[in-house]
Design a protein around this ligand. Structure first.
Ligand code: SAM
Length: 217
């Protein structure tokens, strides 16, 4: 990715008040210590430059948002935006989501957003895909019982893979669309991500599901 190697981005992140250092120390303490309130906590995993997360945070001041991003150079863009917006209900963590259960306690999170996740097209990399059963097992450990995962992508192969992972992982498909922007019900209140805007402008349909662990109907 073009932005990955911006000189000094790691140093900016290390000094920024908007990123959480040693996030494992806040495990189980996010509401009390990080946000200082009892509002629900929602994550975007792989938030990129964070536009979606910060748009949501402005729309929902009574919800706490944590943006998780692996790469410093993209996270830097989110920090720069937050330096202007100063949203009290947003914090970022630079980490690989593989270790998410080291950072969040059981039932600490209310909802997880996966937007335009990296496809990892090779079969041997399937477990790195964020909607894979291995990741669903991690989400299961940090979400409240009624918690949901919302996934959007324009990548049909990744979406088909993600749909196939739901049942073996013990999750339940609550809602699905193969053309989000032409689905009146599911598109109501939709907040676009950077990638979503780019790919839908190129004419790609956007796929979306919402899943939970409710059990089958
Ligand atoms: N969600 C944004 C959007 O829709 O505009 C960005 C999408 S971009 C294609 C995917 C992002 O996920 C990249 O910034 C990548 O670094 C991040 N990412 C991929 N795997 C990750 C992981 N295991 N942990 C944290 N971030 C990850």
């Amino acid at each position: 990715m073009r932005l990955r190697n911006i000189a000094g981005s790691r140093e900016v992140i290390a000094e920024s008040d908007f990123t959480l250092k040693d996030p494992e120390k806040m495990k189980g303490l996010f509401k009390k210590e990080v946000f200082g309130n009892d509002n629900p906590i929602r994550l975007e995993i792989g938030m990129g430059k964070g536009r979606f997360l910060m748009d949501l945070a402005q729309l929902n001041p009574d919800i706490n948002y944590v943006g998780i991003e692996k790469y410093s150079s993209v996270l830097l863009r989110a920090i720069q935006k937050q330096q202007q917006l100063l949203l009290p209900n947003v914090i970022f963590i630079r980490m690989d989501a593989e270790y998410i259960t080291d950072v969040f306690a059981p039932s600490e999170v209310d909802r997880i957003y996966l937007n335009f996740s990296d496809p990892w097209p090779k079969d041997r990399h399937a477990k790195r895909r964020l909607p894979s059963r291995q990741f669903l097992e991690r989400y299961d450990r940090i979400l409240v019982p009624e918690g949901v995962v919302e996934f959007k992508t324009d990548n049909r192969d990744l979406f088909m893979f993600a749909l196939d992972e739901i049942e073996p992982a013990g999750w339940h498909l609550d809602a699905v669309t193969y053309d989000l922007h032409n689905d009146e019900a599911m598109n109501a209140g939709n907040v676009m991500t950077e990638y979503e805007e780019r790919f839908s402008a190129a004419g790609n349909p956007i796929y979306k599901y919402i899943i939970s662990r409710k059990g089958s109907n």
